[in-house]
Design a protein around this ligand. Structure first.
Ligand SMILES: [Zn+2]
Ligand SMILES: [Zn+2]
Length: 156
């Protein structure tokens, strides 16, 4: 699998256009999550997460609001979304200070996005296929080391 990273910084924003943000550094990984919360949030089959350094993410305009949810893993995650149109923008996991899980579908250019791992596959819908040979976990991965290594390999 090949993943052609764009030149950073890149920008993104919400559906209504109020929130704009800049990502100034390379992400650590990119994975798809099939948990029930991601199905509800997206209204679809899954959502994607892109762990980035919090210091690399700058809010350029607009206002975000937050909702603290208990994830399927039992951990607390602060969900940040546009205060006007409610587009979900990034999660701040309590266990990983300094890391934000950007919702990469909000980037202006999404053409380069390829998830290198698939998590909570035990919860996935019947019509959702996981690519053969992909790094996949029934639930929450014990840590992100394997998916970070897969991401680095896909980008090299
Ligand atoms: Zn908005
Ligand atoms: Zn999820």
């Amino acid at each position: 699998m090949r993943l052609a990273l764009p030149a950073f910084p890149v920008e993104g924003g919400c559906v209504c256009g109020a929130v704009r943000y800049r990502l100034s550094g390379r992400p650590r990984a990119l994975y798809a999550c099939y948990c029930r919360d991601c199905q509800r949030f997206s209204g679809g089959s899954h959502s994607m997460s892109m762990p980035v350094a919090a210091a690399d993410l700058t809010l350029l305009s607009g206002e975000t609001a937050r909702h603290d949810k208990i994830a399927d893993s039992g951990r607390t995650v602060a969900v940040h979304f546009c205060a006007r149109c409610a587009t979900r923008l990034w999660h701040a996991p309590a266990r990983s200070p300094g890391v934000l899980n950007l919702k990469p579908g909000t980037l202006d250019d999404t053409s380069w996005l390829v998830p290198v791992a698939h998590v909570w596959t035990a919860r996935r819908q019947a019509g959702t296929a996981i690519p053969a040979g992909a790094l996949a976990y029934d639930g929450q991965p014990p840590d992100h080391a394997a998916m970070e290594a897969a991401f680095a390999a896909a980008c090299s």
